[in-house]
Design a protein around this ligand. Structure first.
Ligand SMILES: NC(=O)c1ccc[n+]([C@@H]2O[C@H](COP(=O)([O-])OP(=O)(O)OC[C@H]3O[C@@H](n4cnc5c(N)ncnc54)[C@H](OP(=O)(O)O)[C@@H]3O)[C@@H](O)[C@H]2O)c1
Length: 305
């Protein structure tokens, strides 16, 4: 392991995540090579609009389809987002025998069976640690570290935007609208916040967690979903008087031998570790038959996380 094996990466997308990824490879390249024996090199970066002014990397292309089959690319990172053309690009990369890393929860929540079958057929990895809960190592622990345990239940705060809004409503008594406006001002919420506040984003992540933790194939549409738009400050105050904190939870458990996956506002006992997860932080609480209670906590979004 002398750091001499070079892995040439084709990056699809140079937005929040793609830009930060390329910067981190530059900053941490020597440390990664020393630790792993692999020298990461950004070979090509595909974007949609070549006319945009960009910093941090010199050579861009708007031909993502050429990047995924380029013989000079060993590994593809997909950070475009959405279903199309991400699905077609990831499939083409896998079919060309290239391992793929994606941060795209929407894609995995809709097409995981097709993508994992293509990866298995090609004999390459499809990895997706950042697709759920950003920087928090969760996918690998669920898939590998806990493979020998039986997971009983997973409870997750997996959407930072709604956790921020609920924190403001709880601690400052702000209305939903005011808290959402503040989240938008701080860049935690999109101008169209539907995917976050209606629970779609959390449902996509819940389906991915369910698939890993319980070994079942679940798509986002299978998940029972209720967002936080119906939660009022009075509801939160009443819950507080009874000793509870209101959180938007992804709940994955096994009921009568069947896996149940749901996302909805829930009253969490104030003494539960999830009750103390504030602001835009994420946390996932896992109950294993042998391991007992585990909590994974950290930054669930942001380019560098
Ligand atoms: N942001 C986060 O905190 C976060 C956290 C975890 C996971 N993720 C996931 O990471 C992915 C990327 O998120 P992001 O926030 O970085 O998105 P973003 O800022 O919107 O960036 C998307 C990038 O994809 C490029 N793109 C769009 N269509 C393309 C096409 N047809 N061909 C080539 N490039 C194309 C865009 O090009 P232009 O620059 O030319 O428009 C842009 O550079 C998403 O799946 C998201 O869910 C994001």
């Amino acid at each position: 392991m002398d750091g001499n094996s070079t892995v040439r990466i084709g990056v699809l997308g140079y937005g929040n995540v793609g830009h930060a990824l390329v910067a981190l490879i530059g900053e941490n390249g020597d440390a990664i090579a020393a630790r792993t024996g692999l020298r990461l090199e950004v070979a090509r970066v595909a974007v949609r609009d070549l006319a945009k002014r960009r910093s941090g990397y010199a050579t861009f292309t708007d031909e993502a389809a050429a990047v995924v089959v380029d013989p000079e690319v060993d590994l593809v990172v997909e950070v475009i987002g959405g279903l199309h053309p991400a699905r077609e690009l990831v499939l083409a990369a896998l079919e060309a025998g290239k391992p793929v890393v994606t941060a795209n929860k929407e894609l995995l929540a809709a097409c995981s069976a097709e993508l994992f079958d293509a990866a298995a057929k090609a004999g390459v990895d499809l990895l997706f640690e950042a697709a759920v809960a950003g920087a928090i190592p969760l996918m690998r622990p669920l898939r590998e570290s806990l493979a020998g345990d039986r997971i009983i239940r997973v409870l997750g705060i997996v959407n930072g935007t709604t956790n921020f809004i609920l924190t403001r409503m709880t601690e400052s008594g702000q209305s939903f609208g005011d808290a959402l406006a503040e989240a938008q001002q701080l860049g935690y919420a999109e101008r169209d916040p539907t995917a976050d506040v209606e629970g779609h984003d959390a449902a996509a992540k819940a389906s991915i967690i369910a698939s890993l933790a319980f070994g079942v194939r679940v798509v986002a549409g299978d998940v029972y979903r209720q967002g936080i738009t119906g939660v009022s400050v009075d509801d939160i105050k009443m819950a507080g008087r009874l000793g509870y904190v209101v959180k938007l939870l992804a709940v994955i458990d096994s009921v009568d031998g069947e896996v149940a996956v749901r996302v909805h506002p829930a009253m969490v006992p104030a003494a539960h570790p999830l009750a103390s997860v504030r602001e835009s932080f994420n946390a996932v609480f896992v109950e294993g038959a042998a391991a007992g209670e585990l909590m994974f906590y950290g930054r669930g979004a942001g380019g560098r996380p």
